[in-house]
Design a binder for this molecule. Structure first.
Ligand SMILES: Nc1ncnc2c1ncn2[C@@H]1O[C@H](COP(=O)(O)OP(=O)(O)OP(=O)(O)O)[C@@H](O)[C@H]1O
Ligand SMILES: [Mg+2]
Length: 242
């Protein structure tokens, strides 16, 4: 479903991706952890075609992302939800309109069906009451949930989460992680998640990969990775879990 093959990316002197390989099968969840500034968001941006590899390839749903024209990219993005690291809501649109936007732009759904769908995803993130508010009138955590609702509204088969728990309190962070797991279990969504939260990784990952210096240091089932004796992985993740 998702395949990264020997991807290299350099910005100026900085070789951020140095031969990155991974694949994610349908309905599976890959979680990527790694130091700040290592290139995790750069990986996610390759998946939605915001960046292209200098070398190597990125395939999604059988298509080479770099070879798609604007229309092809738009088609692909309909199948992909993206929760940005910073919620990236549009400040002059209400919560409701922010979520309705992808439907208005990419479908010919009627006004009533759009309203029903928006209310459904607002219900999923428990934000129905905030539908008339503007992004500046709700907290960072609430903005994150609205961002999640917006990522889900087109019913994508793939969803990308860039630090979904950042800026959330522990309870809300756990609730977002459980929502992510539910989407996988109930809707069979395929996902790639970047996170700094071990709890989030444990809740959602089928495969956990640790990224540093342009490559994956290790990848495997989360409990295995979290208990690995790889020196650098231990330094980064801290004490093994039980
Ligand atoms: N479009 C770009 N142009 C130039 N440099 C970039 C670009 N995008 C990312 N970089 C650089 O690539 C490196 C990796 O950035 P990235 O945002 O992927 O880090 P990250 O692993 O997501 O970090 P964090 O955990 O803090 O979000 C950084 O040094 C960044 O400055
Ligand atoms: Mg990032």
């Amino acid at each position: 479903m998702i395949r990264f093959e020997n991807v290299h990316k350099t910005f100026g002197q900085q070789h951020v991706l140095r031969g990155v390989d991974f694949s994610v099968d349908k309905g599976k969840s890959l979680v990527i952890m790694g130091p700040s500034g290592s290139g995790k968001s750069v990986i996610i941006k390759h998946l939605i075609g915001l960046l292209h590899p200098d070398q190597g390839s990125v395939h999604i749903l059988g298509k080479d992302v770099a070879s798609l024209d604007q229309a092809g990219l738009q088609q692909l993005r309909k199948d992909m939800g993206y929760l940005f690291q910073h919620s990236a809501l549009i400040n002059w649109l209400s919560v409701f309109d922010n979520i309705a936007l992808p439907l208005r732009e990419t479908t010919s759904m009627s006004k009533n069906s759009i309203e029903a769908k928006v209310m459904e995803v607002l219900g999923l993130v428990k934000m129905e009451d905030a539908r008339h508010k503007f992004p500046s009138q709700i907290s960072g955590g609430m903005q994150k949930r609205v961002g999640l609702a917006r990522a889900l509204v087109t019913e994508p088969s793939i969803i990308l989460y860039d630090e979904p728990e950042a800026g959330l309190d522990p309870e809300m962070s756990a609730s977002v992680s459980h929502m992510m797991r539910r989407l996988k279990e109930e809707y069979g969504m395929t996902s790639v998640t970047v996170t700094h939260s071990v709890n989030c990784a444990l809740t959602v990952a089928d495969t956990l990969a640790v990224f540093e210096h342009g490559r994956f240091l290790i990848s495997g089932p989360p409990t295995e990775v979290l208990n690995s004796d790889h020196t650098r992985v231990r330094e980064f993740l801290g004490a093994p879990i039980d």
